[in-house]
Design a protein around this ligand. Structure first.
Ligand SMILES: NC(=O)c1ccc[n+]([C@@H]2O[C@H](COP(=O)([O-])OP(=O)(O)OC[C@H]3O[C@@H](n4cnc5c(N)ncnc54)[C@H](OP(=O)(O)O)[C@@H]3O)[C@@H](O)[C@H]2O)c1
Length: 208
């Protein structure tokens, strides 16, 4: 995720298209290393992102499936990029079995009880390395179930100073603070690329 100096993850229009080409390049690398990319229906509709490794679009490298997370029976905005090439058919994940929900050709439906259950069902499809690309609601759902192993954060040199900033994680009641271990911090021009890893159970920095 990318965040401004004053903690905003979206601009006044609720969008986040203000990262640099270096930030986009690094996102492409993360996508190329993941088995699947997870994102909410709302983020797709607000940002309409291309969730593929854009560096290799025309090199026939098989892009990774997108898993669209939803909670309600809201329909999907099927003209969004993720439902079309170069994205391969993906998965729509929702808590209820929405038989009437129209899916693009080749797309699958997965029903989940919670994110742990969803991760198990994706692992059964050999989708182990999951790249969660937000937004804050989804990040919090994974955090709540202790499923966040790594946080990649781009600190953008912007200040929006808007009312009601949305942060990296949607507030979760009574969640005890979670401490992460700073694995690396790289500066490129005015952006900082931070990599945090979940601490091991004994509180020590993770091995490796
Ligand atoms: N800066 C960045 O790097 C970055 C990255 C990604 C997104 N964003 C920004 O984040 C904002 C969108 O935030 P958001 O994606 O968190 O969406 P949101 O606007 O907070 O809406 C919540 C989304 O999460 C789903 N949801 C809610 N409760 C859920 C639950 N208990 N289980 C499963 N799904 C649940 C909803 O499902 P329904 O669709 O069924 O309502 C909806 O799609 C946008 O402004 C976007 O620009 C920023």
């Amino acid at each position: 995720m990318i965040m401004t100096l004053d903690g905003h993850i979206a601009d006044a229009k609720g969008r986040c298209q203000w990262g640099s080409s270096e930030d986009r390049r690094r996102m492409d690398i993360l996508r190329s290393r993941a088995d699947a990319v997870l994102v909410t229906r709302a983020t797709i509709e607000k940002d309409n992102p291309l969730l593929v490794d854009r560096r290799n679009l025309y090199k026939n490298r098989q892009p990774k499936p997108v898993i669209v997370i939803k909670d309600t029976t809201k329909s999907l905005k099927l003209d969004c990029h993720v439902f079309h090439k170069p994205h391969p058919p993906g998965i729509v994940a929702s808590p209820s079995n929405e038989e009437n929900l129209y899916l693009p050709p080749g797309w699958e439906r997965v029903c989940y009880q919670n994110m742990t259950d969803l991760a198990k069902k994706l692992a059964e499809k050999k989708l182990y390395k999951l790249l969660v690309e937000g937004g804050p609601t989804l990040n919090s759902l994974f955090l709540k179930e202790d499923l966040v192993n790594e946080i990649r954060l781009t600190l953008s040199p912007l200040v929006f100073a808007q009312k009601n900033p949305r942060g990296l994680f949607e507030p979760i009641e009574n969640l005890p603070p979670k401490r992460f271990f700073l694995k690396s911090a790289e500066r490129r021009k005015d952006e900082l690329f931070l990599r945090y890893l979940k601490r091991a159970r004994n509180g020590k920095p993770p091995l490796g």
